[in-house]
Write a protein that binds this ligand. Structure first.
Ligand code: PEP
Ligand code: MN
Length: 263
C-alpha cells in the first residue's frame, strides 16, 4: 500500500522518466555479467522490445572464487555505456571499489551495492555523495535492521535516492541458493519510506523458481524486480542456472501485467 511519505525515485532517460516506488512494478533485467558486445547488445534490444524498464549487467563481478570469470571491468562499462546510447534505456551496474566511482558513475544511471559489500561502510559513504540512485542489496546474512542501517549510511551522507533489494539470505536450507525473505519485503514496506525491490534470481539460484518467487514478491508489495536473463542461459559465464530465457522473461512480464497476477 502506497502512502504519502513514500520515496519515489525518478530516473531520467531518453525513453522518458522511469520511476521506482509508485505502486507499480518496475522491472530491471539483464544478464548477470556483461560478457561481450555481441552477447550484451542483442539481449538489451530484446529486453527493450519486451518493455523492460531498466537494464542490468555486471562489469565488476564479486565471485566466490578468484578463478571464476571476474567480469570485463572497464571494457564492460564501455559496453554498458554504448548500450545505453543505442537503446536509450537506463542501466545499472555494481560498484565494488570506491576507486572506480567516477568511471561507474559516468557509464550508468543507477549504481548497485552488492550483498557482499552491504556493510562496506567506506563504499556506502562514497555512494552517499553522488546524485544517482543506489540499489542496496541485502547482505548474505544481514538482519533487516543491519540492512536498513546500511541504507541509512547512504542517506546520512546526503544521497536520498536509495532502493532496497531483497535477494535472499543464508539459512540452513541447501536446495536453493539462498532463502528469500518475503516477510522482510512486507515489513520493510511498513517501516521504511524507501522503495523495496526483489531479486528472485539470486534469491533462489534456480530458473524454475524465479517466476513463482517474483509473483510472491509483487503480492508482498515489492516496488520492482531485478531478474537475470540471458539469450543462451546454458552458455552464460556466470549464474546461468538461475538466468531466464527471453521466453520465460516474456511470460513473467505477462504475469505482471495481468491484474490477476498481482494477487
Ligand atoms: C548481482 O546482482 O550481480 C549480484 C552479484 O548479486 P548479489 O550481490 O545479491 O549476490
Ligand atoms: Mn548474478
Amino acid at each position: 500500500e502506497k502512502t504519502a511519505g513514500d520515496t519515489i525515485i525518478c530516473i531520467p532517460s531518453r525513453m522518458g522518466q522511469v520511476k521506482i516506488g509508485t505502486g507499480h512494478c518496475t522491472v530491471i533485467a539483464g544478464s548477470c555479467a556483461v560478457e561481450s558486445r555481441e552477447q550484451y547488445l542483442p539481449l538489451a534490444e530484446k529486453l527493450k522490445a519486451m518493455g523492460v524498464h531498466i537494464l542490468r549487467g555486471g562489469a565488476f563481478k564479486p565471485r566466490s572464487s578468484p578463478y571464476s570469470f571476474q567480469g570485463l571491468g572497464e571494457e564492460g562499462l564501455r559496453i554498458l555505456a554504448e548500450t545505453r546510447e543505442l537503446t536509450g534505456m537506463p542501466v545499472v551496474t555494481e560498484i565494488m571499489d570506491p576507486r572506480d566511482l567516477d568511471k561507474v558513475y559516468n557509464c550508468s544511471d543507477l549504481l548497485q551495492i552488492g550483498s557482499r559489500n552491504m556493510q562496506n561502510f567506506s563504499l556506502l559513504k562514497e555512494v552517499g555523495q553522488i546524485d544517482k540512485p543506489v540499489i542496496l542489496k541485502r547482505g548474505l546474512a544481514a538482519t533487516i535492521e543491519e540492512w536498513l542501517l546500511a541504507g541509512e549510511y547512504i542517506l546520512a551522507a546526503g544521497n536520498q535516492q536509495v532502493i532496497l533489494c531483497e535477494r535472499g539470505i543464508r539459512t540452513f536450507e541447501s536446495m536453493t541458493r539462498n532463502t528469500v525473505d518475503i516477510g522482510a519485503v512486507a515489513l520493510v514496506k511498513q517501516i521504511s519510506h524507501l522503495p523495496v525491490i526483489v531479486d528472485p534470481s539470486h534469491a533462489t539460484g534456480l530458473r524454475s523458481l524465479v517466476i513463482p518467487v517474483a509473483r510472491a514478491a509483487i503480492a508482498a508489495g515489492a516496488d520492482g524486480l531485478m531478474v537475470e536473463v540471458h539469450l543462451q542461459p546454458d552458455q552464460a559465464l556466470s549464474d546461468g542456472p538461475q538466468s531466464l530465457s527471453p521466453e520465460m522473461m516474456e511470460s513473467l512480464l505477462k504475469d505482471i501485467r495481468d491484474p490477476r497476477g498481482r494477487v
